[in-house]
Design a protein around this ligand. Structure first.
Ligand code: ZN
Length: 231
């Protein structure tokens, strides 16, 4: 198949939309091939079932207009960076040949997110190996970026902020598909999850003099052709 240029590796269905919905919608609007690999089905949760989560995920996928989305079927709440999971994820990288991988940042309160971050690092390396029983040809995704989730109550140190002002409405529309996770009753709080996500989008937007932003980090140096993209 034609390569997926941008591939999100997310621990749970809804992580990609929460952290990167605006960024992904922006890439898709420009005609990029964008995929999301959810590592687990995200269940159990208080108001979800496997069927409800699958339905919500395909509705959000349609709102964003993703080119590709699959679920790797690894165990939710018990996600581990083990050899079996590494092999499965490396095989996906070899199949899709992404140029940019977007992975969980390792600094996170959710153990599955931390495991997903390590697992993505390891699978990226393994995907380039020759003399292996992995299917397909070797491939090393050249760019690895980290996104931030909402569990750790701290403002992360971001390397860049994407201006998602033109696509924030699409992100919120995609998030509303996840009714069992983001809308139904939760622990008493002064604000709803959607209000919190909107507020964080505004706060990051302020840092780049725009309406809405999404932060990203990079574990490696990033190359720019010139300074015209910097604002
Ligand atoms: Zn998650």
């Amino acid at each position: 198949m034609e390569p997926i240029e941008y591939l999100v590796v997310a621990a749970h269905p809804d992580d990609a939309e929460i952290s990167l919905g605006g960024t992904l919608a922006g890439l898709i609007a420009r005609g990029a091939r964008v995929g999301v690999l959810d590592l687990t089905d995200g269940e159990p949760t208080p108001h979800g079932t496997i069927e409800i989560r699958a339905r919500e995920t395909s509705a959000a996928t349609a709102v964003l207009g993703l080119t590709w989305r699959e679920n790797l079927g690894l165990p939710n709440r018990r996600l581990e960076c083990n050899l079996e999971a590494r092999s499965a994820l490396a095989s996906v990288f070899r199949r899709l040949r992404p140029r940019v991988i977007l992975a969980h940042h390792h600094r996170d309160a959710h153990p599955d997110h931390v495991a997903a971050s390590s697992l993505t690092d390891a699978a990226r390396f393994w995907a380039k190996l020759s003399k292996t029983d992995l299917p397909g040809d070797p491939w090393y995704p050249p760019v690895l970026l980290h996104f931030f989730s909402i569990h750790l109550k701290a403002m992360p140190a971001a390397r860049m902020v994407i201006d998602v002002s033109a696509h924030f409405a699409t992100k919120m529309q995609a998030l509303k598909c996840y009714e069992s996770q983001l809308i139904q009753g939760r622990i008493p709080s002064p604000s709803t999850p959607l209000e919190d996500i909107e507020a964080m989008g505004r706060a990051w937007g302020v840092t780049i003099r725009s309406k809405y932003g999404e932060p990203l980090d990079s574990p490696e140096e990033l190359g720019l052709s010139d300074l015209s993209a910097v604002r």
